[in-house]
Each structure stands twice: as C-alpha cells, then as structure tokens.
Design a protein around this ligand. Structure first.
Ligand code: SAM
Length: 497
C-alpha cells in the first residue's frame, strides 16, 4: 500500500465536496439552527468552513482544526475561518470552547475508520484509552469490540456540550449515529429531538456505507428520546422516528408503541445461540460419502458417530437450505461437562481430539481457561432438541427456518445462529406460524435496522413474547399445550453417548 493510500485510510480521509457541505448547512438552517460559534474539529480542506461561512454569516467564531498541515494551509486560504493544526486526541478542546459561552455548532465530517483498521495499519491515530465505555462482557473479553473512531469523537463532543449547549451536526455512518443516540439516551443526557438525514455515500464519497447527516441538539429546548429519520437531504418530512423504549433502540416508534402489548420476557421459549468452539478446522467436518469425513485441514478422519451432529452454518439458514453434509464434533452436553468420558465412549474421537490438542489448547479466549480440555460453549439440553426454528444473526436476509433432524439426529448450529428449540414437528410448525404471523412480523419491523451489518440481534429476539402473540392470535390454548410440560434433558441423554 502506498503512503498516500495508507494515510487516506488511517486518517479516514474522505473530503466532503463543497456542494454537499452547502446542502448540509442549508438543512441545518431549515431545522432552525442559528449558529454563532462554529467548530469543525477535523476540518480537512475546509469544505464545511466555506459552506458555514456563507450559510451562517452572523457567526462570531468560525474555527477549524485538522491533523494534516497541508489541509490546514488549504482551509486557511479557502475560508475566512481560523484554522489550526492539531490532533483531535490531544487538543485542549476546553480552552477552545471557553472562547465563547453561547451555543456552539460542532460541524463536519469525522474520520471514517475503525480501531480494527488502525490496528491492521499499526496506526496510532487512536484515543489513548481505546477500550472505551459500552463494550463489556464476552465481546470485550474476546477482543471483538470494534468501534468507529468517529463514534468516540462524537461522544467526546457530546461531553463538551453537556457542560455548555449547542448542536452536533456530523456526517457519519448511520450505525454510528444510532450508537451515539443509544449512549446518550441510555445515560439520560440532556439531548433534544435528534435528526438523521440519509445521504448517498456512494455518490458523494464513493463509499459503500449507509451514511447520514446526524444532528443532535444538546441542552437546547426540551429533552427528547426521539430521532426523526429523513430519507434524503431534500426530503420535506421524516419517514420514521427512531426511539428508545424498554432499554433498546427502536426503528419505528409509532409501530412499536402500537404493538407494545406483544413484547415481554420469554420464559417458555428462550432464544439460544449455536455452539462456540473457536476451532472450525478441527471441529467442523464435511461428510463426502459414507465413512469419508474430511476436516478443515483437508485430512480424512475416522470417527465414531457418537459425538458427531449434523451442522448448519449461517449461510445455510440464510439461504433456506434444508439439508447439510457438514457435521460438528459436540464434545459436551452441557457447559463444563467432563470430557474425559469421551475416551471410553468413543476412543477414535478421543484420539482425534488428542492429535489436534495443540490447536484446541491454543484457543485464546478466556472462556476456555480452567475448563475441561476440548470444551465448547453454547451447549445445553436445548442443543439436542430435535426440531428448531433458526435465524442467522450474520446475514442481512432475515429468514426464520424450520430445521428438521438429519439422519435421526438433531441439527446443531455455529454461534452466529439464533434458534428456538422445539420438541416435535407440530410444535416447530406452531412456533414458526407465530413468528411469521402479521403482528409478529410488524413487531420485528418496528425494532429492526436493516442497514445494520447484523440486523437480527439477541436483544431484539428477546423482546418478542410468543405467549402474547399466541394470545393475540387466539392460540393461547395451543401455546399452553406446548409449554405446559417440562421438556427436559432427557433428549440430550438419548442423543449423546
Ligand atoms: C472524513 S475527512 C473529512 C474532512 C473534512 N471534515 C470534510 O468534511 O471535508 C476526515 C479528516 O479528519 C482528519 N483527521 C484524521 N485524524 C485526525 C486527528 N487525530 N485529529 C485531527 N484530524 C484528524 C483527516 O486529516 C481528514 O481531513
């Protein structure tokens, strides 16, 4: 990669065309923003400074900062703004903001780059403490937490304005705008009714991302937990309102409020994730023909069927496949079960695991520490339910699929799939009918953000009360019939060993 490309990437350098900056400033005026002090914290070549100077001629202060000295010179020449060279992460913003005690408009287009990209580039263009708030639990432990630098910058800007007042108006990925909203709403920050206006990032920046103009008033007018979504910069009215209800972000507040009676905690039907083993080359195998099993390293292996279970991956579920030639080695029936039992129950399987112990023992995640050798996660009696209703958490296509046993054994999933265990085909048909019913689909629609990389989340699924949907559809008796008896672990005992 050339130095220029590397710099473009590490500094998330997508300069805004002046026409777009002008359109954005015109939208801000339409929204009633009257800015007297304007700051562009990563101003680049100054497109926004030029546009703001003409759209807000009454401004007292127009300031720009950028890390790139060439851009600073260019912006100084192009606009009447005061432009300084500075690094966002070390600039003394309080000193700058203390120059004016009225409302600030913090305007612009922050870098489009994630901490993972910067990691790949060995770049230090990062906040000093990059494992910042909001990333906890398994994601933090397994190091999956990945965030956009712009998200961090916007949260900083929000913290500046909490002590003062003003507006944040930034071009960002739409998912970043929503993350900032979630954070602000969750912490009851003094934010007003926000606005998201979709922009065509491909047309303006040649970037295939969902992006928007995000406007967040802080300490201005009444506080609100709503955000109007406009489909385009010239759209006269919003097409939906995003909000925050029951601790989660909602895509269409009106629809959600209408269907709120269908939400609630599921006790009978609990969504589960598939199995986590972090070693697909060894644990996931392809059955080419009878007795011909190939592992991910391309080696033929000879294993007893005892611990082998037919397996679906996310792509199988997303594409609606109903058969598979893949199998997974399921070493435990429940988390923490003693795996040494495998040695006598299936000696060839045990020998295979031992021969790949280096790879399995090397699994870095802390969840495998102090657990029996060859442990897996996301396993329990539900894993062995013969029928399942599954949906992929990995694909944009949201398709709920009924999964039948294969070769007399229950199908297992990788950890990118969510599923509900069912104990008969009739029950699976019943559960699928509830999920595919009109009210349930509308409820999902009210919660889902289709432009997210992974629109289906555990949080969303958890909110759907199948019990209330059954009641609403006049199917409460049937629901009770399927959920009355405990469905126990006996199934797992039947299937393994
Ligand atoms: C997406 S571009 C946008 C530039 C300008 N705001 C515009 O709208 O045209 C991001 C800008 O952030 C600047 N930048 C990247 N990292 C920075 C940092 N740590 N501190 C200050 N500026 C930075 C880059 O030099 C680049 O000009």
């Amino acid at each position: 990669m050339g130095t220029k490309n590397r710099d473009t990437w590490q500094y998330g350098d997508f300069q805004t065309p002046v026409e777009l900056a002008s359109e954005v400033c015109a939208v801000l005026t339409r929204l009633g923003i009257k800015a007297s002090a304007i700051l562009e914290p990563t101003c680049g070549r100054g497109a926004f400074l030029v546009a703001a100077a003409s759209q807000f001629p009454q401004n007292h202060i127009l300031l720009g900062v950028d890390i790139n000295s060439d851009y600073v010179k260019e912006a100084q020449l192009r606009s009447p703004a005061q432009v300084e060279q500075g690094d966002f992460f070390t600039t003394d913003w309080q000193r700058i903001l203390n120059r004016y005690y009225g409302s600030w408009l913090i305007l612009g287009n922050p870098p489009w780059v994630t901490n993972a990209d910067l990691g790949l580039l060995n770049s230090t263009n990062l906040p000093a403490k990059s494992n910042f708030q909001g990333y906890q639990g398994l994601d933090a432990i397994t190091g999956k937490a990945n965030f956009d630098i712009s998200e961090w910058m916007l949260l900083q800007q929000l913290s500046w304005l909490k002590e003062r007042s003003g507006w944040i108006a930034m071009l960002v990925k739409t998912s970043v705008a929503r993350k900032v909203l979630r954070q602000a709403w969750k912490h009851c920050d003094p934010v007003g009714r926000a606005v998201i206006v979709k922009i065509d990032a491909m047309r303006h920046f040649g970037a295939a991302v969902d992006a928007c103009l995000f406007v967040l008033p802080v300490n201005i007018g009444r506080t609100s937990r709503d955000c109007d979504v406009y489909p385009a910069l010239n759209a006269p009215a919003p097409t939906a309102t995003i909000g925050f209800h029951d601790g989660m972000l909602i895509a269409d507040v009106d629809l959600y409020v209408d269907l709120h009676d269908l939400t609630g905690v599921n006790t009978n039907y609990v969504w589960r994730s598939g199995i986590k083993h972090d070693c697909s080359k060894i644990m996931e195998l392809a059955c080419l023909a009878k007795n011909e099993i190939l592992n991910g390293n391309g080696d033929f292996v000879d294993l007893e069927p005892t611990y082998l279970f037919p397996m679906f991956k996310s792509s199988d579920v997303a594409k609606g496949r109903t058969s598979t030639n893949r199998v997974m080695i399921v070493t435990q029936r429940e988390i923490g079960e003693d795996t040494s039992l495998i040695e006598s129950a299936a000696p060839k399987t045990w020998a295979y695991l031992l021969s790949h112990a280096t790879a399995l023992d090397r699994r870095g995640s802390i969840i495998y520490k102090k657990k029996p050798r060859f442990s897996i996660f996301g396993v329990g009696s539900y894993t062995f339910a013969p029928w399942k209703i599954a949906v992929s958490g990995f694909y944009k296509d949201v398709r709920f699929l009924k999964i039948a046993p294969v070769g007399g054994k229950p199908v297992v999933f990788d950890d990118t799939i969510y599923f509900l265990p069912c104990w008969s085909e009739e029950e699976a048909d019943f559960v699928l009918a509830l999920i595919q019913s009109d009210p349930c689909q509308k409820l999902i629609k009210s919660m889902i953000f289709h432009d997210e990389k992974r629109p289906i989340t555990a949080e969303l699924l958890k909110r759907i009360s199948l019990e209330r949907i059954a009641k609403y559809l006049g199917m409460a008796t049937e629901y009770r019939r399927y959920t009355a008896s405990e469905k126990l672990d006996q199934y797992s005992l039947e299937f393994v060993v």
